[in-house]
Design a protein. Structure first.
Length: 232
């Protein structure tokens, strides 16, 4: 059976480490990026140029589709308005991704990484999902940088992650994120899930979403910490 083609749908505003984030995800099996870009218009040609560079390096098609988002300044920081913008863009991009031949899409943010744990990449992970599953829900781990970071949070080996076993101590969120097939009828259901078919839970030892929180938190005496090898 051939490997599925994968994409990411994301809303970004002044994203940190955008190119490192993109390279990391290409290395774990992502080929198509669908980006809603707010307040960072100048980044569009940079992202597209970098996508072309990665395509030459990896010798495989890499698609970077960007839409520039125009924000109502009176509501731009309103959580409900943000969720509406995200959901509308995700639903629109599911259709576009399907037309592009993409089989599965993830909806994540620019401070999150898709980390396959039991497989080399996410194509292998999703190849083993049961056929009746229209979407898979993925657990998130919370990440914290050391007091003296050595560079990008994506490549810094000192970043530690709280697993689900210690989320009672601290978590910016604990709802996980999801991947969906691009089948007709699939839609975003808030920022954490999809709806339209059966949702299945991905085992934590198979893959997780690494969410990086920039706030200082003392996690020195907690159990359930893990380091996550990242290949960017």
């Amino acid at each position: 059976m051939s490997s599925p083609k994968l994409g990411i749908i994301t809303l970004q505003r002044k994203p940190p480490d955008a190119l490192t984030w993109m390279r990391y995800h290409v290395d774990v099996g992502i080929q198509n990026f669908y980006i809603w870009l707010e307040d960072t218009d100048e980044l569009e040609p940079v992202l597209k140029s970098f996508g072309a560079q990665l395509q030459r390096e990896k010798k495989m098609p890499i698609v970077v589709y960007v839409e520039i988002g125009r924000v109502n300044r009176s509501t731009e920081d309103n959580y409900t308005d943000l969720m509406t913008r995200q959901q509308n863009f995700v639903n629109k991009m599911i259709t576009r991704a399907r037309q592009d031949g993409v089989d599965w899409v993830f909806h994540i943010d620019d401070d999150e990484l898709l980390h396959p744990r039991s497989h080399r990449d996410w194509r292998s992970v999703l190849s083993e999902v049961k056929p009746e599953c229209s979407s898979v829900h993925i657990t998130n781990w919370e990440g914290f940088s050391p007091e003296q970071p050595t560079g990008s949070w994506i490549t810094d080996a000192g970043v530690r992650y709280m697993t689900s076993k210690c989320k009672h101590l601290y978590a910016a969120y604990s709802n996980g994120k999801s991947a969906s097939k691009t089948s007709v009828g699939q839609q975003a259901h808030g920022p954490h899930h999809f709806r339209g078919g059966k949702e299945c839970e991905l085992a934590e030892d198979t893959g997780v979403v690494l969410h990086h929180d920039s706030r200082p938190v003392d996690v020195s005496n907690t159990s359930g910490q893990r380091s996550a090898k990242r290949s960017a």
